[in-house]
Ligand binder design. Structure first.
Ligand code: UDP
Length: 248
């Protein structure tokens, strides 16, 4: 890391926002609280109204993560692939909630899924997603990659590259990347800036390694910001250094 550097990115025209499922419920709870969804949706609308094109990759951890389910109760009878598909379905449940929250704010969002669900969402096609973005529609991408054994972090990196986003913004419950979980370790050190290699070497598990590798290979900057703090997303899309910036 270069501590002297106050890295500032260029203002974004198009972003890929990774929203974790935990932003859809109050701290330490599970499931969906529409108050939480509305809070996040309002922040997304603010940046969309400034002319920034926004694609959102939806997480599902507030409902179900395949790995966690296997570790806690599933291993006897559940196949691991099934558990991951259940996790992908959780992201679709969340995507539906975000869709309606955005629509209630006078937006014309589009919900696209990587697993075909034609009755409730459009199939994800990258060209069509770009076309929606160019029309100013917020595009919600659910179902991850449509394949098990990865997380929505990997889907975020993949979609950010396909959709030619200027950068990937990961909205988390903490201020950025730390040496340890700051909610558990009072000595956790905050990193305002990191290279992908540093993040991987130090096993800073803010995104999975596959996602990092994709971003690094294509020089796609990642910003990690706190979704609970009002106004940070607006500042992030202007290229301001809020949270942690991870770069090549
Ligand atoms: N998942 C998957 N393939 C994907 C994306 C997600 O199998 O491409 C499953 C995986 O089990 C994951 C769960 O869906 O744990 C929910 O996604 P994630 O854990 O990324 O949600 P978040 O932690 O961001 O809320």
């Amino acid at each position: 890391m270069t501590p002297e550097a106050q890295r500032v990115l260029k203002p974004a025209k198009r972003i890929l926002l990774k929203v974790s499922g935990e932003s859809f419920c109050p701290p330490n709870e599970r499931g969906i609280s529409m108050d939480s969804v509305n809070h996040l949706a309002a922040q997304i609308v603010k940046v969309a109204e400034q002319g920034v094109q926004v694609a959102v990759v939806m997480g599902g951890g507030n409902i179900l993560r395949g790995g966690q389910l296997m570790a806690t109760s599933g291993a006897q009878t559940l196949q691991e692939a099934t558990a991951h598909y259940m996790g992908m379905l959780a992201t679709v449940i969340n995507g539906n909630a975000l869709h309606d929250a955005l629509q209630a704010m006078n937006q014309e969002p589009r919900l696209m899924t990587s697993i075909r669900m034609n009755e409730i969402a459009e199939p994800y096609l990258w060209r069509r997603a770009i076309s929606h973005l160019e029309k100013g529609r917020i595009v919600i991408l659910a179902g991850g990659m449509g394949a098990p054994f990865v997380t929505t972090d990997t889907a975020s990196a993949q979609r950010a590259l396909e959709l030619q986003a200027d950068y990937l913004i990961k909205a988390t419950k903490v201020d950025g990347v730390y040496s340890a979980d700051p909610n558990k370790d009072p000595n956790a050190v905050f990193y305002p800036e990191l290279t992908f290699d540093e993040a991987i070497e130090q096993r800073l598990l803010v995104m999975d390694a596959e996602a990092f590798a994709k971003c690094r290979a294509h020089s796609l900057p990642v910003m990690v910001i706190n979704f609970r703090k009002e106004g940070l997303l607006e500042r992030a899309v202007r290229g301001e250094h809020v949270g942690t910036i991870i770069h090549i």
